[in-house]
Design a protein around this ligand. Structure first.
Ligand code: 4AD
Ligand code: MG
Length: 454
């Protein structure tokens, strides 16, 4: 069969051609002298309209799969659809019947309801478009790094480390585990981040990245957290914080500008049906230089604007993120150089002179969080502590198991280099480029607390 997006792409010169198309019925309209069926095969947000005479589709049910054979003609009217449609030249062939109680009806269902039928929801337009944008983004991410000399590393999913130190891990059990003997001889977990292992390869190949699933047992029932999400983590040797910021900004702009070209129909669909500010927000993101705001200035800004409860040393909450991005005119804002006390062990401590603080409790680290309108934190990253003694000190202070991280310390012992990177949450990125409100709707099959269907 011909795919519907191919018909879409080449429409004018295909007029008159015979085609065979297979797909699922999305709409049926029986009129006095003609009848119409819209089918979709998932290749395009715009379905294909099939025209038959009066009784052609009288027995056909919404949701069924069919094969049609016909001739392409220029379509009259509705320009929202393809410029061409198909005039049936023989009766359609039913492939799979669909009963009347098909849960997905041709109307706007709530996203909550769609999550209850997660195995069917991809046949609707929103999740249909999402999957194509997700796919295109995946391809662009690999392309960007490939074009910029990065090497892809597959870091392990089962790990013994806790990169972020949050203790929000899923433990791995095996069927061979006994009370006193674990499969690996020690506790193991699903990874929360591929960063630590990526650092191994940045210490030999200079520029690497991981793009894989990560797992967090967070008790956060929010629209921005999943238990299983995908993260893109470049790790680069011989860089400083400014390089890290430049690369993150360039990377995001590359992805967005190419998506606007390659996924035009899908993004326009989201702009029309999900968030009418989407396109203008993305265009603004492309044309703006991202703000670079010191953490301490972010705190003063908040204090001076009615957020009197926040003080130096506090984390920045969702409502603060919203204030900061809107204050700068709804463009992305990097908040940099955060207090060491609220960040993970591996971040590089700033020199005292640089952070302008004399007491140790005021120490800051060389890091960045990127805040974007509507989504909030999209990227977290840092320069890593490359000085053996400093790192060992922090590991001891935090009461971490030194033996467990001896391999990580070794990277600082044998030819250490300044290095750093960042993590982009793939689903939050997809929320940003589709306008979809809930992170549970930008991943094919979501996992969150109390939800692990099939
Ligand atoms: O800020 P995070 O925790 O940073 C790291 O994991 C670093 N090791 C990254 C690095 O430097 N290589 O997570 C990075 C990003 C966040 O900014 C957010 O976009 C996303 O991952 N993220 C989540 N996305 C969905 N659900 C969750 N529970 C998430 N937690 C973090
Ligand atoms: Mg973070």
């Amino acid at each position: 069969p011909t795919r519907i997006n191919e018909i879409n792409k080449n429409n004018s010169h295909l007029v008159g051609k015979e085609v065979k198309v297979k797909g699922w019925v999305r709409n049926i309209r029986n009129q006095k002298s003609v009848s119409f069926v819209e089918i979709n095969d998932g290749s395009s947000v715009k379905g294909l309209q099939i025209v038959g005479d009066k009784d052609s589709f009288s027995k056909l049910k919404y949701g069924s799969s069919i094969e049609i054979n016909g001739r392409l003609i220029s379509s009259l009217g509705n320009t929202d659809k393809n410029a061409v449609e198909v005039q049936l030249t023989e009766p359609y062939k039913l492939i799979g019947q669909c009963p009347d109680e098909f849960p997905l009806q041709p109307k706007n269902h709530s996203f909550e309801f769609l999550r209850e039928i997660a195995h069917i929801r991809s046949r609707g337009n929103s999740i249909g478009a999402l999957l194509r944008v997700r796919n295109e983004s995946t391809q662009l991410i690999h392309r960007y790094f490939n074009e910029n000399g990065f090497i892809n590393v597959h870091t392990p999913i089962i790990t013994a480390s806790d990169c972020e130190g949050g203790g929000e891990q899923f433990q791995v059990k095996s069927s061979l585990d006994t009370k006193d003997a674990l499969f690996f001889g020690q506790p193991s977990y699903l990874t929360v981040s591929g960063q630590l292992e990526a650092e191994i390869y940045a210490s030999s190949h200079s520029r690497v990245y991981t793009f894989g699933p990560t797992f967090r047992a967070e008790k956060s029932n929010t629209t921005r957290h999943l238990s299983e999400f995908w993260m893109i983590e470049p790790e680069m040797s011989f860089i400083d914080l400014n390089d890290n910021l430049d690369i993150a900004e360039d990377f995001l702009k590359y992805l967005i500008s190419n998506l606007l070209k390659n996924s035009k129909d899908d993004i326009e669909f989201f702009n029309k049906r999900i968030d009418t500010n989407l396109l203008s927000r993305l265009e603004k993101t492309l044309s703006s230089k991202f703000v670079r705001l010191e953490y301490k200035d972010a705190i003063s800004l908040l204090q001076n604007n009615g957020h009197s409860n926040i003080k130096w040393g506090d984390d920045i909450q969702r409502e603060h993120e919203k204030f900061i991005t809107s204050h700068f005119g709804d463009i992305p804002v990097f908040v940099i150089n955060w207090p060491k006390s609220i960040k993970p062990f591996y971040m590089r401590e700033n020199d005292q002179s640089q952070s302008l603080n004399d007491s140790n409790s005021m120490a800051t680290v060389s890091n960045m969080d990127l805040l974007v309108p509507t989504v909030g934190e999209l990227i977290g990253g840092s320069i890593r502590e490359e000085r053996y003694d400093k790192l060992l000190n922090t590991i001891n202070q935090l009461g971490m198991d030194k033996e467990q991280y001896s391999w990580y310390l070794d990277l600082r012992k044998y030819g250490t280099v300044p290095h750093g990177g960042f993590g982009l949450g793939f689903e939050r990125f997809l929320q940003y480029v589709t306008g979809l409100q809930n992170i549970r709707d930008v991943i094919p099959i979501p996992r969150y607390q109390n939800y692990c269907k099939f």
